[in-house]
Design a protein around this ligand. Sequence first.
Ligand code: GRF
Length: 192
Amino acid sequence: MNIAIFASGGGSNAAAILKHFEGHDCIRVALMVTNNPNAGALDVASNYGIETLVVNREMLYRSQEVLDLLEDRQIAFIALAGFLWRIPNDMLNKYPSRIVNIHPSLLPKYGGKGMYGHHVHNAVKASGDRFSGLTIHYVSEEYDAGQIIIQLKCPVYPSDSAEDIAARVLRFEHATYPVAIQDLVERLMLRE
Ligand code: GRF
């Protein structure tokens, strides 16, 4: 089964996913899509010899180009890994319960439009919360609001800076997201 990763930034989760599925018997990362021509995720993809596609708004929202490519490459599942643009409705309809995202907080806390990267961890730090964590969820029309699949909680210590929190959550993301994707894709394979 072929999966695609959508990423806008550094791509450390993309790297963790690619490493996890390297040499996997029947699940293959076949495509990396980004909106950012300078995304580190593109370097990650090229290290693994994965096909890449840089999209602009016209391509993603007003043409069939991306959907056609997904179909042509027989993509059955999409993992967002730091992808900052909304997923268009026609893609959501074509991939029901087959597009997931990871968010670096315990949603619904610190989610929604504009809540990404340091914005999330600064808000956690400012709140005085004793826990943060990650959420893996299905993607819906609204940012960070789709059905939750997995949440993993980690401590926030009083001495932590927002950067410390970010680094701790990210380590847990790398350990959790690839395994969660594998589990979800294997369940899809059993159904087909
Ligand atoms: C991660 O914290 C993820 O939870 C969020 O965006 C960040 C992406 O980081 N959605 P990276 O590009 O995978 O390093």
